[in-house]
Design a protein around this ligand. Sequence first.
Ligand code: ZN
Length: 232
Amino acid sequence: MKKILIILLVLVPFASHATRVNTYKILPIEGFQVLMDEDLIKANPRIEKAGIPNLKKCLKRIEKELPKAFISFSKKDGMKIFISPSRKMFNRTGMFFVPKDNGSFRTGLEGLMSNAIVIIDESIFMDADILYYYLVHEFAHYYHFNVLGYTNKDIWHKYHAARAMPSYKIANFDLSNHLEFFAELSAMFFTTRGELRKIDKGAVSLMEKIWEPEGKGMMKYTPDWGVTSPRK
Ligand SMILES: [Zn+2]
């Protein structure tokens, strides 16, 4: 009871500002749940006409090139894809991934938007190859959080080894944390593997080990929480 009261007290100040409820059109695309903001559909008909076919093309490619067991796992796990206008997403651009249980007042995202890839409206019109690159980056975040475990030792050690090398440089490369590092390595692995091999052969071997477990069982990697805590 105490808990409920506290929640109510927290909610009341927010409720007075709640003037709008977001509604979504749900489209199943290649077996994924895609939720499009309805205000966005009204404001920009190009989303459905040009954006959705583009997204469909990329999801088809993802279905073909990423491990099958992982794709069916993500669908069963209820991973969603949102298409939202930038103005409702803190004027962000590109895409981002929302881990499970991260929709809350603290993050400013509604609860429904948890375990989801959020595509900001304009990004859906990207060139199909670029859109694919971005999507693989976000799918890699999902894989890292929900299959490998974000404290996966192999990625953690690779990340720190890379950081310790001043000469370690990859285009568009984000070394700010091990999550972004893995997502970028993955996107390169599925798009420009030859280039990645030239820069870092070891990274390609690691990606092969992590992304190609077909036949050896999808859950070859079980989350390992022993390496670090995410706050460190
Ligand atoms: Zn990222």
